[in-house]
Design a protein. Structure first.
Length: 80
């Protein structure tokens, strides 16, 4: 394949960095409070807080944006 953007080649695809911790700390929202307000398990809120997200559930992402009153681009960024 000659497509340079193919994922079939093993190469560095960049990195997604999460900024949930900074937003929560700035708004004085704990992981426990986020879990209650967004109606997610504490473990899910903790993974978002620590940036250790294994799978992204769009519904959970939407609820976190609503609770934190922010946009998706506030929560994460992509760097090549």
């Amino acid at each position: 394949m000659n497509n340079t953007n193919s994922v079939f080649e093993i190469k560095n695809y960049g990195k997604i960095t999460f900024h949930v911790k900074e937003i929560m700390d700035e708004k004085d929202i704990t992981r426990s409070k986020l879990s209650k307000l967004a109606n997610v398990r504490f473990e899910v809120a903790d993974k978002w807080y620590s940036g250790n997200i294994e799978r992204m559930d769009i519904d959970v992402l939407t609820r976190i944006c609503y609770v934190l009153d922010c946009n998706i681009t506030d929560l994460m960024s992509y760097e090549k």
